[in-house]
Design a protein around this ligand. Sequence first.
Ligand code: ATP
Length: 358
Amino acid sequence: MASIKLHEIAHCYNAGKGAGVDYALKPLNQSWENGGAYALLGPSGCGKTTLLNIISGLLRPSEGRVLFDEKDITDLTTEQRNIAQVFQFPVVYDTLSVAKNLAFPLQNRGLANDVIERRVAEVLQMLGMQAKANLKARGLNADDKQKISLGRGLVRTDVEAILFDEPLTVIDPHLKWQLRTELKKIHQQFQHTMIYVTHDQTEALTFADKVIVMYEGAIVQIGTPEELFEQPKHTFVGKFIGSPGMNVLPCELRGSDIVVNGNKVALGRPVSVSREDSKGLELGIRPEYVKLSADCGIPVDITGVEDVGKRIVVRSKFHNSDVNIILREGEGIPGNPGLIFEPSKINLYQNSYLVGTV
Ligand code: ATP
């Protein structure tokens, strides 16, 4: 396993075609620790696959260098980089049995038959596919085929990193949960460097120790699931993570107070943004930290109530902003409701980026 460093990496698919620089991946520096479990999370088109393919060697970056354990491998092929990659759709040999599909990457490395047999048996067990070991892949369903693909990615123990590109997209939701848990266990047991691309926050947050959130070709935050939840560094992260995401309301600074459309909001700590420089200010507060109170707080109109499994989400409107509230157990909607924000959970943003409070 290796640590991975991306030095001044950027990618432009139309480089050299005279259309100006249109980065699919904007210039970035990023290090991945040896043995870490990372998720690359972001909406479609934000550059996740581009970044993953630059690491695996399927794509040569238009700028910058890729280093494994400080060694520059930018010019090496995928095979020379010694990487395993699992794609969104199954990559299997239809005419081979499940066991032979799994054995293939090991036979390619010239491993002894008994070592191969042992390792294939371990992976079959991991995937719960022992009973299907001798069946031809051709006759299996999409779930099983994708499990074989996962197995082929996991079967070698000598790879520098294992990269997953939305590997559970075609998998049945129940099985998805099982496989995700299994992958997490495999990581804990073998400590491979793993990078997992997904646009599904649940997948990212359950799999990874560190989640890298991407937006419009850039990394906007790297953090633990808790950091992304409590202190999103960009309003996009706040809105993208959580269900529903963070409420974002335009606000202004009056003296040392935060004012939301004429309503003073207690922050409980001084703001470090200067008043002269307070344009584009927004307040971010998660629905979990908003309370509804009778006859006080910021007056709102309740527009809906949704029972979403274990929680009740109240939808409300305040001027032009939608504000979601998650009711705590035993709480109801009072008459003449007003919003109360938990002061310590308020984040301030300027031009979409988190700004300081002191
Ligand atoms: P998805 O989740 O849909 O796979 P992604 O986050 O992985 O999206 P990328 O596939 O890396 O995003 O794409 C980033 C940007 O680069 C997008 O605007 C996409 O249209 C563009 N792009 C990707 N591949 C190519 C290509 N081969 N040629 C030109 N543009 C491309």
